[in-house]
Design a protein around this ligand. Structure first.
Ligand code: NAD
Length: 501
């Protein structure tokens, strides 16, 4: 049985007290335990991060970049091991776990450019013989609180940029799949990162609340569900912190009648059922504009029938189990709800065989196969609520305008996609849709590391998206210096407000 503890000041440490079970979602068995930090454990991490800050903020940009380059090489060499850890605790298939590691590494690569990213502005002679320049400085100790669904990538949206900017960092990973965080910590150490710059506290609400209240934590990045994102934003800002809190999602794919329906069906199935739908950028609703609905649904059903459901460590598996039994049951409950609300069940994932054997509902582990609900009413809960599992809804709409209206009146605004061959319609969509990340014939439009990731409305609390230049902005604060070196022309005392005469 593995035992997952904290990483504070460059070493693994155990706190006292509470633990939580870590499951293997493919079998339902307990594979180990993770410690749940007490307030004192969080305080120890904050003290370590605080002590490491002065030297780290003074480390030259070149030295920081060199450590990031070494860290990037170590991540690259350990891709498989990281992916295996993720797959064992989260359930996603190995190739998918490798994908999240790859996208995380891209943020490290972006952060390697920190000497360039932190360049300020300089204006000579803003007044006579007076110069002005702007600089951006790190905040101090910053924290990241992350969800279960990307145990490597989402933390890597945050800490490479934060650390490159000169901050010290405390990661509070999800207690469901905590092991990747400790391997990442060891790789940082091997890369030469000074002790205390990167710390991990495992835990639950107790750890989160302490990070939100601790006077020495300057900023908090959060990714998770909307109710907790709202709570983290409100509590953190009430304690004077800078907070960016990314929440849940309900992503629509709008399919216009001129779209290539084979491309649409491939994309809907990939984006709906990859990672068992446990992605904040998963497509959860297909808005089929008349008259494509019947043909599109039959193409989707045909593809879903060919998917192989099985454990993440089997090379033939395309989709693994869900993360916990509670979550699987919640997702499955939406199938019955959909039927009650008038939808038509065209593929029932409870009946899907796992590895060609028994039906998902009868197999030990947290299984639910890909499910398709057609003719889902627009005002139903199945359409409106985040399900976060392998349940794809098809809503029939009469026009582009009706589809757009459904997207724009939704609670969330994380991702969306339009499928069409009409460039004018696509351009109109990117202009009119109230969503932060938009795909045009691209089903999962996750921005590259050098752009910034983030949604609108209930998908983001705060005003700064993660990574890219907005990430650099979030983890630094601006300062403007106005300087004059004495020369014989200084004009003596003047109590008037400085103006440029
Ligand atoms: P979650 O909100 O349950 O947990 C996220 C983090 O908050 C975890 O570290 C958890 O320990 C902590 N937490 C949980 N309950 C808490 C409480 N009451 N008080 C304080 N902290 C608490 O989310 P999850 O189930 O781990 O992840 C899935 C959710 O994350 C989905 O809603 C998904 O859409 C969202 N998500 C969003 C994005 C995005 O970019 N917007 C990305 C990934 C996941």
């Amino acid at each position: 049985m593995k035992h997952v503890n904290h990483w504070i000041n460059g070493t693994r440490v155990s706190g006292g007290g509470r633990t939580s079970e870590i499951f293997n979602p493919a079998t339902g068995e307990v594979g180990g335990a993770v410690e749940l930090a007490a307030v004192e454990d969080v305080d120890a991490a904050v003290e370590a991060a605080k002590a490491a800050f002065p030297a780290w903020r003074d480390a030259s940009l070149v030295k920081r970049a060199q450590i990031l380059f070494r860290f990037r090489e170590l991540l690259d060499r350990n891709r498989d091991e990281l992916a295996a850890l993720i797959s064992a605790e989260h359930g996603k298939v190995h190739s998918d776990a490798l994908g999240e590691v790859a996208r995380g590494i891209e943020v490290v690569e972006f952060a390697c450019g920190i000497p360039h990213l932190l360049k300020g502005g300089f204006s000579e002679n803003v007044s006579t013989r007076v110069d002005s320049y702007s600089i951006r400085q790190p905040l101090g100790v910053v924290a990241g609180i992350t969800p279960f669904n990307f145990p490597a990538m989402v933390p890597m949206w945050m800490f490479p940029v934060a650390i490159a900017c000169g901050n010290t960092f405390i990661l509070k990973p999800s207690e469901r799949d905590p092991s990747a965080s400790l391997l990442i910590a060891e790789l940082w150490k091997q890369a030469g990162l000074p002790d205390g710059v990167f710390n991990v506290v495992q835990g639950d609400k107790v750890a989160v609340d302490r990070l939100l209240e601790h006077p020495s934590v300057a900023a908090v990045s959060f990714v998770g569900s909307t109710p907790i994102a709202r709570y983290v934003y409100e509590t953190g800002t009430a304690h004077g912190k800078r907070v960016q809190a990314l929440g849940g999602a309900k992503n629509h794919m709008l399919v216009l009648p001129d779209a290539d329906l084979d491309l649409v069906a491939d994309s809907a199935v990939s984006a709906g059922f990859g990672s068992a739908g446990e992605r904040c950028m998963a497509i959860s609703v297909v808005l089929a504009v008349d008259p494509v609905g019947d043909e599109l649904v039959s193409k989707i059903v045909e593809r879903v029938g060919k998917l192989t459901i099985g454990p993440g460590d089997q090379p033939t598996s395309e989709m693994g189990p869900l993360v916990t039994e509670v979550h699987r049951d919640k997702v499955a409950s939406y199938i019955d709800l959909g039927l009650e609300e008038g939808a038509k069940l065209v593929v029932d994932g409870r009946e899907t065989p796992v590895q060609g054997g028994a039906a998902a509902a009868q197999t030990p582990g947290f299984w639910l196969g890909p499910t398709v609900l057609d003719h889902v009413p627009a005002n139903s809960r199945v359409h409106r609520e985040e399900i976060f599992g392998p349940v794809l809804s098809v809503v029939r709409v009469k026009s582009y305008e009706e589809g757009l209206e459904l997207i724009n009146t939704g609670e969330y605004g994380n991702g969306t996609a339009i499928f069409t061959n009409d460039g004018g319609a696509a351009r109109r969509f990117q202009n009119e849709v109230e969503v932060g990340m938009v795909g045009i014939n691209v089903p999962i439009p996750v921005p590259m590391a050098f752009y910034s990731f983030g949604g609108w409305k209930a998908s983001l609390f705060g005003d700064t998206h993660v990574h890219g230049t907005e990430g650099v902005h979030f983890y630094t604060r601006g300062k403007v210096v106005t300087s004059r070196w004495l020369d014989p022309s200084h004009g003596g005392v003047n109590l008037g407000f400085p103006t440029n005469k």
